[in-house]
Design a protein around this ligand. Sequence first.
Ligand SMILES: *Cc1c(COP(=O)(O)O)cnc(C)c1O
Length: 229
Amino acid sequence: MSITENLAQVWERIERAAQKSRRTADDITLVAVTKTIPVEKIREAIEAGVQHIGENRVQEAIAKYPQLESYPIHWHLVGHLQRNKVKRVLPMFDLIHSLDSIRLMEAIERHAASENQIVDVLVQVNTSGEISKYGVSPEDALELISRSTGCEHLRICGLMTIGPLKGGVQAARASFQLLRRIRDQVLAEDIEGVQMDYLSMGMTGDFEVAIEEGANMIRVGTAIFGRRE
Ligand SMILES: *Cc1c(COP(=O)(O)O)cnc(C)c1O
């Protein structure tokens, strides 16, 4: 199957899942996750209609960025961000999905202020409790978000989570419901400057469940590009 055909299937799956929750595919942003995928294949995806791409390693994104700069696409950083890389990522990415600590938030604020830039971020929450995952714990999410009020160069636009590796659909659903509940708690607090526009959740194996549970941004790699090496 070609990337174009894969994409058509993914969009069809998105449409069906969206309809189940009385929405349409237009409400869902598809981020094509391009880690390890060569630039030619990314171009193919863009030509087939992909508008958002997600990279998870800063180094890799830096290598690909100049080769794709001419396309009007949005860049998402979906992987962990180290504080010493903040300066390099700010000019490249439109949305950082992986804010997970107060120290990282402060580093982003500092660099964004010095560049006179406002950086859009999502707070990554570890909803599965799997220790291999980054992300702030569900208990600490609200505290982290409350602390953003002093950060005028950083805009929290929503939440991100990675579903559990184990436990199938049920565990995935529980994870996504938890993220949605945290979103609702944050909204109830009405924290100045904080928006909850995006719930970034769902990957190849679980994006339909995520959409049913309220995801409006999904991150899909394998279903578009095939298995990674
Ligand atoms: C790799 C990756 C994805 C995409 O995973 P697939 O299972 O290939 O769809 C999504 N989100 C993050 C954070 C990733 O690292």
